[in-house]
Ligand binder design. Structure first.
Ligand code: NAP
Length: 239
């Protein structure tokens, strides 16, 4: 579960734990937050271990997955959740802004998935859940790098679903809309209001709204669902 120290990832980690999944709680910079999440999971009587890895370097994602398998003995579900934004208009976007977002959000999800699939193929079962975004489907000004990374994640999801379905591995993408978190809280007030006006359900989502879907996709009940992109966006972008 990458990026489970805060925000959506934290809610997903706790929801998966409540469903009985042991959780590898991963952080980039906030080890103390990750330790706190792991403590809450252990208090539920469920195993949790903390792993740090900087996913701005995609090589670290593969090493992270191998460490989780080595330390925890198995990997049934990989959730590629860690993500960043570096928003600006395309004409002002530096190569570094582009590369940092693509490396963290997309390439690290690929290298983590590649390492996980090798293990899951041996087990002849597994679940990969990629946290994309509604903007990967509908586009968004000022986010060319982020939108491209999320659209790429959706393509990766579909390709891997076709490649590894016969091995018992399902691969799905979740496309959250506007969910309350540090990432969206940093957006200017007028941008937040513009989003709100386009949401039929009339509210921003909670991390728990996304966590509920992730937990379902990780469960045995979702065994015949693969290659899908499922929105959790209050109706912002039906597709
Ligand atoms: P957030 O609150 O900013 O949390 C981001 C998480 O990713 C943190 O756990 C962070 O770990 C980790 N992370 C970031 N950069 C990293 C790096 N270089 N190496 C390792 N870990 C790193 O974000 P969020 O809102 O929960 O978003 C989670 C995911 O949902 C992202 O992929 C985002 O694109 C997607 N999403 C969010 C929304 C929304 O409305 N919030 C909507 C659509 C999609 P540390 O804090 O430990 O560094």
């Amino acid at each position: 579960m990458t990026g489970s120290s805060r925000g959506l990832g934290r809610a997903m980690a706790l929801s998966l734990a409540r469903a009985g999944f042991g959780v590898a709680v991963h952080y980039g910079r906030n080890q103390a937050d990750a330790e706190q999440v792991a403590g809450e999971i252990r208090a539920l009587g469920v195993p949790a271990q903390v792993f740090g890895a900087d996913l701005s370097d995609p090589a670290n994602a593969g090493t992270l997955v191998e460490a989780v398998i080595r330390e925890m003995g198995r990997l049934d579900v990989l959730v590629n959740n860690a993500g960043i934004t570096r928003d600006t208009l395309a004409i002002r976007m530096k190569d570094d802004d582009w590369n940092a977002v693509l490396d963290t959000n997309l390439t690290s999800a690929f290298t983590a998935s590649r390492a996980a699939i090798k293990h899951m193929m041996r087990a002849r079962s597994g679940r990969i859940i990629n946290i994309a975004s509604v903007v990967g489907l509908m586009g968004n000004p000022g986010q060319a790098n982020y939108v491209a990374s999320k659209a790429g994640l959706i393509g990766l999801t579909k390709a891997l679903a076709k490649e590894y379905g016969a091995r018992g591995i399902t691969v799905n993408a979740v496309a959250p809309g506007f969910i309350s978190s540090d990432m969206t809280g940093a957006l200017p007030e007028d941008v937040q209001q513009a989003y709100l006006s386009g949401i039929p359900l009339g509210r921003f989502g909670d991390p728990e709204d996304v966590a509920a879907l992730v937990t379902f996709l990780a469960s045995g009940a979702a065994g015949y669902i693969t290659g899908q992109v499922i929105g959790v966006d209050g109706g912002l972008y039906p597709h």
